[in-house]
Design a protein around this ligand. Structure first.
Ligand code: KDG
Ligand code: MG
Length: 418
C-alpha cells in the first residue's frame, strides 16, 4: 500500500464509542461515535424503560469491537457486532446496534458532505405524508381534537381513546396514549402506574368511535387505529370486520405480531389494510410476514431493528412484494432516529406514510434537526449525514429519570399486555 493510502486509512478509524443518557422531557439514549480526524456521528439507541441496559451493552461489549476499525465499513461492522456473539439479537442488542449503525451512517454522510437520502440514491419525492396521534378521554373530546388537527392541515390521524367501564364509571380503560401531554413521560421514579383494561368494553366502543370520527371528518382524512396487539384472536378478527365500513387507512397490530395465522384469517375475511412491525427486531423474523403478504405496511422501529442498514434491506424486500412502509415513529425514540426516518421517507420508492411526533418542543434544548413538519407533510434539509446536531452539555444537564410504561390490569386483577 502506498503511504498516502495508509495515511488515509488511519484518518478513517474510529477512536471512541460512548453513550449519553438524557431526559429533556423523555428519556433518550444517544450513541456517539468519533473518528480520529474529528468527525462525530450520532445515533439513537432508546429502548423505552430499558435505556440503561442498552447503554451497558454499548459501553461494555460493543465499544471494543469498533475502536480502531475503519468507520466507512458499515456492513462489515454491523455483521461484526451482530454475529460475534453466539446469542445474537434481541431488543437490547438490536437497539444498541441501531444506535451504532445510525452514527456510522451519520459519519459517512458527513465525510461525503451528503445527506443520508442522497447517499441512499436521492429523493423519490419532495415531501412525505406524516400521521400524528390524537386521543381523547371522551368521544367528543377525541372528535374535537381530531377536527382541530385536520383544520391545521393534517390529513392522517392515528386515534386512540379511553373507555369508561359501563359497570363502574369510576374506572377508565386507557388506550396506548403515551403521547398525550406533548410526549412527556410520567416521571414515576421507576414505579409503574397501574391502569385498567377491558377488551369487551374496548370492542364495543371502537367501531362506534371510528364511525363517529369518519362521519365528522369526512372521507378524505386517513384514519389509523392501533390495537396494540391487545385482543385475543377471535376479538381481533371481529374488530377488523367491524371496522371495515370505516375505511381505515390501516389497522395497526390487530393481533400479536408473531401470530401469522390470525393475521391470515383477518386477510381472508376483511379488506382492511393492515400494518404490523414495531415489535420485530430481526429481518429473519419478519420475513415470513412480508413474504406471505399478510400486511400492507411494514412498520418496524429503526431504533430497535438494528438501524438504517437492515431497515433499507427490509424496505426493498417489501417493495418487491407490493408492500409499503409506515415505520414506527413514536415519541420515545430520539431525533437521530426521526431524522433517519425522514430521510427514508423522501428516498424510498415504496414509502407509504410516516408516524411523526407533532409537538417537537421537548427536542429543542438539546437537538437541532433537519426535519420540518408542515401541515402534515415532512420535508428534510440537506445537511450532511442525518443532519442532527446535539448540544452535549445541554443533554448532560437533563438527567435521566427512571420511568415506566403503565401496567394494565383486567377486571380480575390479571396483567393484560400493554
Ligand atoms: O414504547 C412503546 C411505544 O413506542 C408504543 O406503544 C407506540 O404503538 C406505538 C405506536 O404505534 O406509536
Ligand atoms: Mg403501535
Amino acid at each position: 500500500m502506498d503511504d498516502r493510502v495508509v495515511e488515509r486509512r488511519k484518518l478513517m478509524s474510529i477512536t471512541s464509542v460512548s453513550t449519553i443518557l438524557t431526559s429533556p422531557g423523555r428519556n433518550y439514549l444517544l450513541v456517539v461515535v468519533k473518528t480520529d480526524d474529528g468527525l462525530v456521528g450520532y445515533g439513537d439507541a432508546t429502548l423505552n424503560g430499558r435505556e440503561r441496559a442498552v447503554a451497558t451493552v454499548v459501553e461494555d461489549s460493543i465499544r471494543q469491537l469498533l475502536v480502531d476499525e475503519d468507520e466507512s465499513r458499515i456492513e462489515y461492522l454491523w455483521r461484526k457486532i451482530y454475529l460475534s456473539a453466539y446469542w445474537r439479537g434481541g431488543p437490547v442488542l438490536m437497539t444498541a446496534l441501531a444506535g451504532i449503525d445510525m452514527a456510522l451512517w451519520d459519519i459517512k454522510g458527513k465525510r461525503a458532505g451528503l445527506p443520508l437520502y442522497s447517499l441512499l440514491g436521492g429523493k423519490a419525492r419532495d415531501r412525505a405524508r406524516a400521521y400524528v396521534h390524537v386521543h381523547g378521554q371522551t368521544t367528543s373530546q377525541l372528535v374535537e381534537r381530531s377536527r382541530a388537527k385536520v383544520d391545521a392541515g393534517f390529513e392522517a390521524l392515528r386515534f386512540s381513546f379511553d373507555s369508561v367501564d359501563p359497570r363502574d364509571p369510576s374506572v377508565t380503560y386507557c388506550q396506548a396514549h403515551q403521547d398525550v401531554a406533548v410526549g412527556r413521560i410520567e416521571r414515576t421514579g421507576g414505579a409503574a402506574r397501574r391502569d385498567s383494561w377491558d377488551s369487551d368494553t374496548y370492542l364495543t366502543d371502537l367501531p362506534r368511535t371510528a364511525a363517529t370520527l369518519r362521519d365528522t371528518l369526512g372521507p378524505n382524512v386517513a384514519l389509523i387505529h392501533d390495537v396494540h396487539s391487545r385482543l385475543s384472536p377471535p376479538r381481533a378478527v371481529r374488530a377488523a370486520k367491524e371496522l371495515e365500513s370505516t375505511g381505515l387507512f390501516f389497522l395497526e397490530d390487530p393481533a400479536e405480531h408473531l401470530d401469522l395465522s390470525t393475521l391470515e384469517t383477518i386477510r381472508a375475511q376483511t379488506s382492511v389494510p393492515i400494518a404490523v412491525g414495531e415489535l420485530y427486531f430481526h429481518g429473519s423474523d419478519i420475513a415470513e410476514l412480508v413474504r406471505r403478504q399478510l400486511v400492507d405496511y411494514v412498520r418496524v422501529d429503526i431504533s430497535h431493528f438494528g438501524g438504517i442498514t437492515p431497515v433499507v434491506k427490509l424496505a426493498h424486500f417489501a417493495e418487491a412484494l407490493g408492500i409499503r412502509t409506515a415505520f414506527h415513529g413514536p415519541s420515545d425514540i430520539s431525533p437521530p432516529a426521526h431524522a433517519a426516518l425522514a430521510h427514508l421517507a423522501v428516498h424510498l420508492g415504496n414509502f407509504g406514510i410516516q408516524e411523526m411526533v407533532e409537538d417537537q418542543s421537548i427536542w429543542s434544548e438539546v437537538f437541532t434537526t433537519p426535519i420540518q413538519l408542515d401541515r402534515g407533510f415532512i420535508t428534510v434539509g440537506n445537511q450532511p449525514g442525518l443532519g442532527v446536531s446535539v448540544d452535549e452539555a445541554a443533554a448532560r444537564r437533563h438527567e435521566f429519570v427512571p420511568a415506566s410504561l403503565p401496567i394494565l390490569h383486567d377486571r380480575m386483577g390479571a396483567i393484560h399486555p400493554w
